[in-house]
Design a protein around this ligand. Structure first.
Ligand code: SP5
Ligand code: ZN
Length: 353
């Protein structure tokens, strides 16, 4: 036990099952690497939050309807069953393939307008849903994916039970998960689950402000045709060569979606100016979801943005100043030395107003 507890009053929703997802690395440019989306991330963040005095609550399990409100049934079924199919197909036992990974993708270029069929082979099916090679599935993945989505939904439920701000320590992260596809270390879209639940409970528009270093392409796609959920994302410019490469450009913005791409190397001043624009865009909503990636920090191995801990604290303050009931959902952030402090600073800024 550390000696002094702080007084961070924002409740943390957390379940140990989120540690059961062990992606075992990622295949990047054809080679399997160690990967940075590791269970230790969640442990480090939880430790920092409890040291800061935050109370920890368990999520309530929710039924499939919460997931089907934001995802196609085919994706949910795939994620729930693919590991068992993979094992039954003896990919680990006979081929040494210890994680699920796609190798063929039914892109528009491949199909050329002809119908999409479900492949007979399990290893052919994965690319129907998984859109990159970095987002592996293993034995405990589904339990963690469910626990993360449950945490997001419980956080939203606690808001209407009277809390002004609640933080869901979701792992795996979610903002790259689309209606029918997954990638970018994300499987189901936790922030979208929280936004949908908040919308049911508070009525009126809900805004999702995404300050992860990468574009929240999944969240954008899930709510693209919705006037009730506003989405805004501040991220490194995909046009400068960064994931998700195909989405996140400024010209995807419309009345209910705002993309604010930033140049690699951007630091606090310009990043906070973008956060202020995103906050202003969200200001007309009745409730807020913050998709909190702390990978925009200087020193994070996955992004070239250069935000400081003080910058994250100020972002929390800017978003807190909106005065909206707020669910904060954990997204990325990969520097184990600093992510705990970065999350604590953001939540402290949010709680300070
Ligand atoms: C939730 C989130 O932050 N997802 C990040 C997805 C971006 N991953 C891109 C990975 C690119 C390969 N990283 C290799 C690092 C150097 N080995
Ligand atoms: Zn990210």
């Amino acid at each position: 036990m550390t000696s002094e507890a702080g007084n961070l009053a924002i409740p943390v929703v957390w379940h140990d099952d989120c540690l059961r997802h062990q992606p075992g690395g990622e295949v990047w440019l054809g080679l399997r690497e160690e990967g940075t989306e590791v269970p230790e991330r969640a442990r480090v963040i939880l430790r920092a939050l409890t040291s800061a005095g935050a109370p920890v609550l368990p999520p309530r399990p929710h039924d499939e309807a919460a997931l089907l409100a934001v995802h196609d049934r085919a994706l949910v079924t795939h994620l729930a069953t693919i590991w068992a199919d993979w094992e039954a197909g003896r990919y680990p036992a006979d081929y040494g393939r210890d994680r699920v990974v796609p190798y063929v993708f039914p892109t528009a270029a491949m199909l050329a307008g002809l119908p999409l069929r479900t492949p007979a082979a399990t290893h052919g099916q994965v690319g129907m849903f998984c859109y990159d090679t970095m987002t592996l599935v293993g034995p405990g993945s589904w339990e963690a994916i469910r626990a993360a989505a449950d945490s997001a939904r419980t956080a939203a439920a606690l808001i209407t039970a009277g809390q002004r701000a609640v933080y869901a320590l979701c792992r795996p992260p979610g903002h790259h998960a689309a209606p029918a596809g997954y990638g970018g270390s994300c499987y189901l879209n936790n922030a979208a689950v929280a936004a949908d639940e908040l919308h049911r409970r508070v009525g009126g528009p809900v805004a999702v402000v995404d300050i992860d270093a990468h574009h929240g392409n999944g969240t954008q796609e899930i709510f693209l045709s919705s006037d009730d959920i506003l989405t805004a994302s501040v991220h490194v410019d995909p046009g400068a060569g960064w994931f998700p490469h195909f989405l996140g450009f400024a010209d995807e913005s419309n009345d209910s979606n705002l993309n604010l791409p930033l140049a690699p190397g951007t630091g606090d001043e310009e990043w906070l100016a973008a956060v202020r624009r995103a906050a202003a865009f969200a200001g007309s909503a009745r409730a807020l979801v913050v998709a909190l990636g702390v990978d925009a920090a200087a020193g994070d191995p996955e992004s070239p943005l250069e935000v400081t801990a003080a910058g994250y604290r100020e972002a929390g303050r800017i978003l807190g100043e909106l005065g909206l009931p707020t669910v904060v959902v954990q997204e990325g952030g990969y520097d184990l030395e600093t992510i705990g402090e970065l999350v604590v600073e953001t939540l402290s800024g949010l709680a300070a107003v």
